[in-house]
Write a protein that binds this ligand. Structure first.
Ligand SMILES: Nc1ncnc2c1ncn2[C@@H]1O[C@H](COP(=O)(O)OP(=O)(O)O)[C@@H](O)[C@H]1O
Ligand SMILES: [Mg+2]
Length: 246
């Protein structure tokens, strides 16, 4: 590549090796390994129940990790409390968005910056809203009155206000109208390009995720069954059959 940096050799911001996690005695992740290079977009694809949300929650300190090595910027993050991980630069946009329906768009955004000085967050809101003009128009509306796609935008914008180095998104396409889906994924790509932010996206919608991703992984019942450059996975027959209806 012209700038001399290849994705495959770039330093991994997040590196996961043999991660196991679950619910009580039920193990949902059976040794998941993946690497997320700095300023890359990595997607993890998997059907319903594959373990995508479990992975996100284990990485963001919301679920205990029972084994494996998790390194963020070279330091272990296994079983570090969620708030400490936000301060260290990991933001998680949860499945189903989880915006505060009774609060305004602005107040949801303010809450996204709860680990940072308030004055700094206020200044950042306008900058983040540049990516989401629709939200700007609805800044004073209650979040519960937004469409599914607009709520997803709000959840992403809220995540950005934590000023993360790694933004993790759990099924950002879920419950979003097709036209807004494309807009959201294009915005994610623009955010990576401009802010050099690193993105880890888990999705059932393989098509839209692989379109913006550099690298992809496929998980099935808590195990990685396939991985590779996104462009290669798009053309993969097994993936087409399983996820793209090909
Ligand atoms: N709170 C929970 N208690 C027990 N089992 C759970 C819980 N949440 C998820 N699971 C199980 O863990 C597995 C992975 O689920 P999940 O990570 O939510 O999958 P995905 O996000 O890929 O749809 C599934 O078998 C699911 O039934
Ligand atoms: Mg899920």
């Amino acid at each position: 590549m012209a700038n001399g940096v290849e994705t495959s050799t770039a330093a991994a911001l997040l590196s996961v090796d043999g991660l196991t996690a679950g619910y009580g005695k039920i193990r949902a992740l059976h040794g998941v390994s993946l690497r997320v290079p700095q300023a890359s977009i990595v997607c993890v694809l998997g059907a319903n129940g594959a373990g995508k949300t479990t992975l996100m929650r284990a990485l963001s300190g919301l679920l205990p990790v029972s084994g494996g090595q998790l390194l963020f910027d070279g330091q272990s993050i296994a079983n570090v409390p969620a708030e400490a991980l936000v301060r260290r630069g990991i933001a998680h946009v949860p499945q189903g968005r989880m915006v505060f329906a009774q609060l305004s768009v602005r107040d949801n955004l303010v809450l996204g910056g709860y680990t940072r000085p308030a004055a700094e967050v206020r200044g950042d809101i306008d900058r983040v809203l540049e990516y989401f003009p629709r939200l700007k128009e609805r800044i004073a509306s209650r979040a519960g009155t937004l469409s599914g796609g607009e709520q997803q935008m709000l959840a992403i914008a809220r995540g950005l206000l934590a000023k993360p180095r790694l933004l993790m998104l759990d099924e950002p396409s879920m419950g979003v109208a097709p036209i807004l889906k494309d807009a959201i994924f294009e915005t994610l790509r623009a955010i990576r390009d401009r802010e050099k932010l690193t993105l880890l996206i888990v999705e059932q919608d393989a098509d839209i995720a692989l379109d913006i991703a550099d690298e992809g992984y496929v998980i099935e019942t808590g195990r990685v069954v396939m991985q590779g450059p996104a462009a290669e996975l798009v053309g993969n027959e097994d993936i087409r059959r399983a996820y793209l209806g090909g």
